[in-house]
Design a protein around this ligand. Structure first.
Ligand SMILES: Cc1cc2nc3c(=O)[nH]c(=O)nc-3n(C[C@H](O)[C@H](O)[C@H](O)COP(=O)(O)O)c2cc1C
Length: 329
């Protein structure tokens, strides 16, 4: 995309202005590679690469696979190179792997670092030490200011309706408050599933969209078929917000909760103290059985390759732009 020269190099020249967001369990090298080849920044949480006890770090093998495959693609397609990739670090005290994972990502010169659930200067410094940039996800303006003070290069505003851990605020309010003082890279997360909503994010003041749930219903996603199909079959009304499963408010598919024997309309509150990202913890169950999704999934009509999701959003984005130009002329 032209008109993106104000952004760091890693965020320029994308087919559509978007990062395919990191999805716990679901984002694996096959999906990340497909997203990058399709022209958007693909990403995965470092914690998705879980080796068995005593085995060498799977994260290292994943970074090698992604780097090699994208290099091969770029050599074969010098006119249409792949987008860079991003790794998400969960900066939470229960993530005992954080220091090791930071070291591995710096060694592999990860170009885009995404931090969630905590802002720490050392992670930003590690990103910068290898030529990368650090984007931090926030749910309000106060956290946004803290993240920039700690050295993040950009922000991901996670608004109401986002899949997984979501904020309670309207994107209109959140983006405006951040843009009052911050003119650096700003992404909007939450229910962006069409080119029209991506364009709306840019109109609000975001530089890029952050798109998660539509990529669950793709061939490359590491999710069971029933989960992918539930994304196709569901809409905004089928999403419930609850803090029960991880201790932090998040959005989930109602039917996955009833299938697990609970009443999605009468869930007790969760306890933030129980949040646990330790390797081998029982927590992944929350994501394995209780399926996260954002409110935008009404736009997802079939399980397709990730490339088709990007192509659809691109077509819609340009059509929405032309339509708006006509209306505002
Ligand atoms: C199933 C699922 C798992 C997620 N896992 C993570 C994660 O591990 N790390 C993270 O930073 N965000 C995670 N997210 C949040 C996304 O990165 C992003 O904010 C969100 O998907 C955007 O909203 P959307 O799904 O409506 O597009 C997850 C979201 C979903 C739906």
């Amino acid at each position: 995309m032209s008109g993106d020269h104000h952004l760091p190099k890693a965020l320029q020249g994308l087919r559509i202005p978007a990062i395919a967001s990191p999805l716990f369990i679901i984002s694996v090298p096959a999906l990340v590679i497909a997203q990058c080849k399709a022209g958007v920044i693909g990403s995965f949480p470092a914690l998705n690469a879980r080796e068995g006890d005593g085995e060498s770090p799977l994260l290292e093998a994943w970074l090698q696979e992604i780097t090699d495959e994208l290099d091969r693609h770029n050599q074969a397609n010098p006119d249409a190179p792949a987008a860079p990739f991003a790794v998400n670090q969960i900066v939470h005290r229960s993530n005992a792997r954080l220091d090791r994972d930071i070291e591995i990502c710096a060694k592999w010169k990860v170009p885009v670092w995404i931090t969630s659930l905590g802002a720490r200067a050392e992670v930003n410094e590690a990103a910068h030490s290898c030529g990368g940039i650090a984007l931090h996800d926030v749910i309000n303006n106060r956290f946004a200011k803290k993240a920039i003070e700690k050295g993040a290069d950009g922000l991901i505003a996670v608004a109401a309706g986002a899949g997984g851990h979501a904020g309670p605020q309207s994107p209109l309010a959140l983006i405006r408050e951040i843009r009052e003082w911050f003119d650096g890279p700003l992404l909007l997360s939450g229910a962006i599933a069409t080119g029209d909503s991506l364009l709306a994010a840019l109109a609000m003041g975001a530089d890029l969209g952050y798109i998660g749930s539509p990529f669950i219903a793709t061939k490359e996603a590491n999710a069971v078929q029933e989960y992918k199909q539930m994304i196709v079959d569901s809409g905004a009304e089928d999403i419930v917000t609850s803090s029960l499963f991880t201790g932090v408010s998040g959005n989930y598919l109602k039917s996955s909760i009833s299938n697990a024997g609970m009443d999605p309309n009468a869930l007790p509150q969760g306890d933030q103290k129980t949040m646990d990202f330790a390797a081998g913890s029982s927590k992944p169950k929350a994501w394995k059985e209780i399926w996260g999704a954002g409110q935008g999934i009404g736009a997802v009509e079939a399980i397709t390759p990730a490339e088709d999701v990007v192509a659809r959003i691109e077509t819609e984005f340009h059509a929405a732009f032309e339509r708006l130009k006509g209306r505002l002329a």
